[in-house]
Design a protein around this ligand. Sequence first.
Ligand code: GLN
Length: 287
Amino acid sequence: MNPEIRVDRLLGEASRLLVRSLDATEARAEAEILLSATLGRARSWLFAFADAEVDAELAHQFRTLCERRAQGEPIAYLLGHREFWGMRLEVNACTLIPRHDTERLVELALERLPTDRPCQVLDLGTGSGAIALALASERPRARVLATDRSEGALEVARRNARALGLANVECVQSDWFDEVPRGLRFDLIVSNPPYIAEGDPHLGQGDCRHEPLSALVADAQGLSDLQTLVAQAPQWLTPGAWLLLEHGWDQAAAVRALLGASGLIDVASWQDLAGVDRVSGGRSAGD
Ligand code: GLN
């Protein structure tokens, strides 16, 4: 009997390690999440069997995960998944970790998608596929084209689509619109592009430190990819169709100006849960 590797002892030790970089509640919660994942048990099992002795090899694996977490590796990468829109999505270091803020973009998109007829949707820079898969799951009659420049990200998006049984999503490697089949037109275009300015202190904090810079950072104070998307999107929209873009907390006015200058109408911004302008969009006036 080795009391050092009892469930309660391991959780206590891990909480004390993680509390150096997290608050006490988070540290305890993450210790429980990592131990339940290591053991393949529900979190509630940890309370029911607090005095159970853990297999030595599994205890070692758990301690290694906690060390990596204490060094700042995102818990989503350690677990290999993150929840978004009620779906468990695989994520890895090729993909941004989906944020709850982005669920606002999904809500706004769903308000604009028909429930009763087929439609074409384009998600540019899909990463793990979060937005595309959320829309495809809510609108089975929609056909969603999801693109990314990163083949590594697309592999994750494809696995997520398969795991969720969503056959109405197609993943294509493309630098923004470059490989989108000519002649296609979309009833909605969405994107959560990179929009953080190079050198922004936010990049040195939390999960961002381990996420692909190509998914986070853009030139021109973070606006260069937003500029490209707004400049090119209008020609791909059906008459009346919306373009919706996520952006940084201080970019709404700049993005609205771009949307207006590209000829889109009904240009507006919407707030995330924190009350920050997070999504802006406009719709095609038609021919
Ligand atoms: N919203 C993310 C963050 O602030 C960044 C996402 C993005 O660049 N598209 O960490």
